[in-house]
Design a protein around this ligand. Structure first.
Ligand SMILES: [Zn+2]
Length: 70
């Protein structure tokens, strides 16, 4: 099951969560908000496999500090 990164549109909290399908989201763990935006990030499956040269998120480092590419 892939890990996706989300950002809560209510409190701006960024987090990663396992979701069963591409079109599903996970509620914000901070405020419980369900209005969240999916951030473009590499599924966990791709990590440690050589990886792309450019961070998949295109941000050059995620604000959460948890980005494996920063
Ligand atoms: Zn939130």
């Amino acid at each position: 099951m892939p890990i996706y990164a989300f950002r809560c549109e209510k409190c701006d909290h960024e987090y990663e969560a396992l979701v069963p399908r591409m079109d599903e989201t996970a509620a914000c763990p901070e405020c419980g908000g369900e209005k969240v935006a999916r951030l473009l990030t590499a599924p966990a499956d791709y990590r440690g496999s050589g990886g792309p040269e450019v961070p998949p998120c295109g941000q050059g480092g995620c604000a959460s500090g948890q980005c494996p590419f920063s």
